[in-house]
Every structure is written in structure tokens, then in C-alpha cells.
Design a binder for this molecule. Structure first.
Ligand SMILES: *Cc1c(COP(=O)(O)O)cnc(C)c1O
Length: 516
């Protein structure tokens, strides 16, 4: 396939400066505070989709997609293939992201896309396994041409409330010239979450258990990023949800699952809707790119919990942050602002307000986010909402409905029987069920994304299911591999006060010991 020479720009810039893929991955966030995007979205013909791509393995498909976004001068074919194969060799399923078809027996065409077969049992592995290898690849290449004394190392620092730290750790463990420090609030994450993070023995990984709250941890990480001196010494980096490579890696499963869902059916006679449990909008944004590339998706449905900024936006055009985050049964979606949403806004502004002018789109988005900063909200107007509604719909799901959905699917499922949803997946499945009832159209297939294994959210799952006779978490839900974690030695450093100086001193001390 011919490669385009792909360049990237910031969602907020009104100048012509562009970046390469490598710069975008290593830098993460643009200097003007914006996010990196490819101004033109590569197009794939229906012919290529249905006579070629539909027959490919997950890895082969990943290669075809990524090739369109990464110039082959930056990563040659052979290297890109190797990066992809290495990244997905850690998954427990040969299909990487298998589709469980027709979970319920009611002719609903409800399919569950299992994204949790990676090392940490959650969907973020699909992206972070790849990003970890990419970091290492770029660093090694840069260092190969530098004298020993000037070799570059990256110190990744992050905070977690429990759900996402392990995916970053498993993505970066054992990687050359990269170290990773993850802060979490002592006693405020679940035992299984703590075990997943602290039992990784690689010397470049260190967890820091900080006496305080998640907000304390996050504030410390922000302060570390702002500390020029510390940054200069350690080259501090992040692998957070706005990194473009994460979005790119997530596109593959939209294509892959689409082809699985329509297998054996007349493609022109079926419609496909994706339903995506959303927080920072990274997962569903990958679906938007897939659709814009040419995958004939009918709708992308945003499913939110009670933290519903996205649902409110689609209904009113107001993008407005609440004062407080609501703590729900689906904590990985408990957000005030959806960081990746800015990328969609850029394309919407460009198409609907800027007459397809890149520079003007950047000015508009910049204006909106300045308003958000000073007033806590902005309003985009009807043209932009109408634009968004061509591709998206949204549903908000309460905790009660989430628990009821876990129960309902456990009772109703036939393929396999007694299927157990995690609470994030249940938010999506509840939204899917609503659509199935409202659409009442047997030609529509619903692909509901499953973002975590139920064992990771034991409390919510057990509360929903413990009243069923014969239900056992240990027997029916908990995988052997996770059971074993509690027997492994833990590696963590306790920080007895939420204080930036203590954390910096701990990182200094541990980095010296790591001797990378
Ligand atoms: C991160 C996460 C989500 C939300 O994904 P976004 O890309 O932030 O929208 C949903 N479920 C689980 C389990 C997650 O870890």
C-alpha cells in the first residue's frame, strides 16, 4: 500500500508548524496546550475494505492501518510489523480482541467486543503495550547515534486512582532507557489493583504508595512536570490518554470487530452501531477515525455514567464542567472533562465553521478552550451539534441501571451462559439495550465494547450477583493468573506524606539504584 507523508498539527495552533509521528509520540501534548492530529484522514476504498482488510488477522490489520498514519521513512515496514507483533504477543487471545457474538438469545444482534485479554485485563493494554514498545524503539534509535555520555533516558511519572496505573506499568516494564514511577493513594485502591502494580519485578518499575488522596497524587505529578530543574535532570515523560499513538492503536479493533460481526451476512443489508463506555473519549475517538477512513459505521454511541459532560454536550452544545466528580461503579469513567474530545471538536470546527481551513479551525478551538478555562464552559452552536450528531449519539446510565444490567445479562445470556459484565462494560450494554428497544430493527448489529474483565471490579460485580444461587466469584469470575498475584512479593515504596519534595527524593534515590 502506498504511504502518505503524514504530518501532524496541534488542535489549537493557528500557525503552519507541523510535526512528525515520532515528535508527536514523544512530546505527547503540543506546546500551545493542544492535542496532535493528522489534518487529513486517510481514505480506504470499500473495495480494499471488503476484499482485502476483511480477511486479515488483527496484527495484519493493525499494520495496514498504522502504515497510513506513520511515514515509512520514520518506521520501515519490517520494523512496524515487528513492533505490532511484539505488542500483541502478550495477549491471552490469539484474536487479540475477540468478538462474542449474540450474547443474548433474543435476536438482538448484541455482540460484545472483549478488549480485556491483555496483561492487565483492561482495554488500555491494547494501546499501551504498543506505546511502550514505540517509546523504546524511538529512544534506542536516537541513542544509537549519540555518545555514551549524552544518551537519552525517559522517566515516566504518573498518578493512578487504581484502574489505569497497571496498564502503564505493563506497557513499560523492562523497556530500555525508560523508567516508570506510578503514585497511588495508600489504602484507597483495591487489593487486586495494588497487587497488579506492585508485583512487577522489573528494575525499571517503581510504585510509590503515597499517604493521601488521588488528588494529592495528581497534584504532585503536575508539580513534578512543572519543575524545570527536575525535568532537565530526568527528562520526565507521560503516557497519558491524549497520546496520539494510543488513539492510533485503538483503531484496529473497530475494523476487526466490524468484519467479524458481519461475517456470512450481506454487507449492504446490515448496519453496525458501536456502543462505547466513555470517559476521556480516547476509545470512541478511534472509532471516529475508523468511520472517517471509510468503515461504514451507522453510529458511534457514547455511553457515559453519571459524569455525563459528553451526553450533555450532544444534547445542548454546551461543554461545561461540573464542580465535582461523582464517584460511580465505573470509576475509570469518572471524569470532569474528556481530554480527547478536543480532537473531535477540531474536526467539527473545521468542517462546520471554518470552511475546511486548518488554521481557522485551530483559532476557533483555541478560543473555546480559553473560554473553558476562564468560565468553566463554552457553547459551540447548532451547526457543530448537527455535525456531531451525524456520527454520534449518546446515552447516560445510572449506577442502579449499571448493576441491573450486570444482573440481566447474567440471567439472559446464552452464548456463553451466565456471562459476567464488569461495571464499565455494563454501562455500554445498558445503552445498547435501550437502542435495541428504540430502533426495533433486526438489520442493525450492536457491537458493545467491553473495557475490563469483571474480576477487576469485584465489589460491584459481587454486589450485583451474590444473590444468585450458585454464583461464586472465585470459581466463575477470578482468573487463575490474578489469583496467584496475592502470593507474589510486593515492591513498593511508602511515602509517608503527600509532599512533592519527598516524592522527588524517592525518585532520585530509586533512579540511582536502577542504574539503567
Ligand atoms: C479508561 C477506561 C474507560 C474509558 O475510556 P476513554 O478512552 O477514557 O473514554 C472505560 N472503561 C475502562 C475499564 C477504562 O479503563
Amino acid at each position: 500500500m502506498a504511504t502518505t507523508s503524514q504530518v501532524y498539527r496541534s488542535t489549537r495552533s493557528s500557525d503552519k508548524e507541523t510535526k512528525t509521528f515520532e515528535e508527536v509520540v514523544i512530546q505527547g501534548l503540543a506546546k500551545d496546550g493542544g492535542l496532535f492530529i493528522p489534518p487529513t484522514i486517510p481514505q480506504v476504498s470499500q473495495e480494499t475494505l471488503f476484499s482485502k482488510w476483511s480477511k486479515l488477522s488483527f496484527q495484519e490489520l493493525a499494520f495496514e492501518i498504522m502504515r497510513l498514519y506513520i511515514d515509512s521513512n520514520e518506521i520501515p515496514d519490517a520494523d512496524l510489523k515487528q513492533l505490532i507483533n511484539r505488542s500483541y504477543s502478550t495477549f491471552r487471545s490469539t484474536e487479540v480482541t475477540p468478538l462474542v457474538k449474540n450474547v443474548t438469545g433474543n435476536n438482538e444482534n448484541l455482540h460484545i467486543l472483549e478488549l480485556f485479554h491483555g496483561p492487565t485485563y483492561a482495554f488500555k493494554d491494547v494501546a499501551l503495550q504498543f506505546v511502550g514498545n514505540l517509546f523504546e524503539y524511538f529512544l534506542q534509535r536516537t541513542n544509537a547515534s549519540l555518545p555514551e555520555s549524552e544518551k537519552k533516558q525517559i522517566t515516566v511519572v504518573g498518578a493512578t486512582s487504581g484502574d489505569t496505573g497497571s496498564a502503564a506499568i505493563y506497557g513499560l516494564r523492562g523497556k530500555k532507557d525508560v523508567s516508570v514511577f506510578i503514585l497511588y493513594p495508600t489504602g484507597r485502591i483495591s487489593p487486586i489493583q495494588e497487587e497488579q502494580m506492585t508485583t512487577v519485578p522489573d528494575k525499571n518499575v517503581q510504585t510509590l504508595s503515597v499517604k493521601g488522596t488521588f488528588d494529592n497524587c495528581q497534584d504532585i505529578v503536575k508539580a513534578i512536570f512543572a519543575d524545570k530543574d527536575f525535568n532537565k535532570r530526568h527528562n520526565v515523560g507521560a503516557v497519558n490518554s491524549i497520546n496520539w499513538a494510543r488513539i492510533l492503536a485503538q483503531m484496529t479493533y473497530y475494523f476487526y470487530s466490524y468484519f467479524k460481526a458481519i461475517e456470512g451476512k450481506d454487507q449492504s443489508a446490515v448496519k453496525v452501531k458501536f456502543v462505547v463506555p466513555s470517559g476521556n473519549f480516547g476509545d470512541i475517538l478511534a472509532g471516529y477515525f475508523a468511520k472517517k477512513m471509510g468503515l461504514p459505521v451507522e453510529k458511534l454511541v457514547i455511553a457515559t455514567n453519571e459524569n455525563d459532560i459528553l451526553d450533555r454536550f450532544l444534547k445542548s452544545g454546551d461543554y461545561e464542567r461540573s464542580d465535582e466528580v461523582a464517584a460511580t461503579l465505573s470509576p475509570a469513567m469518572d471524569i470532569l472533562i474528556s481530554s480527547n474530545f478536543e480532537r473531535l471538536l477540531w474536526y467539527l470546527a473545521r468542517e462546520n465553521l471554518a470552511g475546511n481551513d486548518d488554521l481557522k479551525a485551530g483559532e476557533i478551538v483555541n478560543g473555546w478552550f480559553h473560554e473553558l478555562k476562564s468560565n468553566g464552559k463554552f457553547q459551540v452552536g447548532q451547526a457543530v451539534i448537527d455535525g456531531a450528531l451525524k456520527d454520534f449519539a449518546s446515552e447516560r446510565v445510572s449506577d442502579e441501571e449499571t448493576a441491573a444490567t450486570i444482573k440481566k445479562i447474567y440471567e439472559e445470556s446464552v452464548n456463553p451462559k451466565k456471562y459476567v459484565l464488569d461495571p464499565h462494560t455494563a454501562v455500554g450494554v445498558c445503552a445498547s439495550k435501550r437502542l435495541i428497544a428504540a430502533d426495533n430493527n433486526a438489520s442493525i448489529n450492536y457491537i458493545s465494547l467491553s473495557t475490563a474483565h469483571p474480576a477487576k471490579f469485584a465489589e460491584a460485580v459481587n454486589n450485583a450477583l451474590s444473590s444468585f444461587e450458585g454464583y461464586s466469584f472465585e470459581k466463575d469470575v477470578l482468573p487463575e493468573e490474578l489469583k496467584k498475584l496475592s502470593t507474589l512479593p510486593k515492591k513498593l515504596k511508602f511515602i509517608e506524606k503527600a509532599d512533592i519534595e519527598l516524592v522527588k527524593a524517592a525518585i532520585d534515590e530509586e533512579l540511582a539504584k536502577m542504574d539503567l
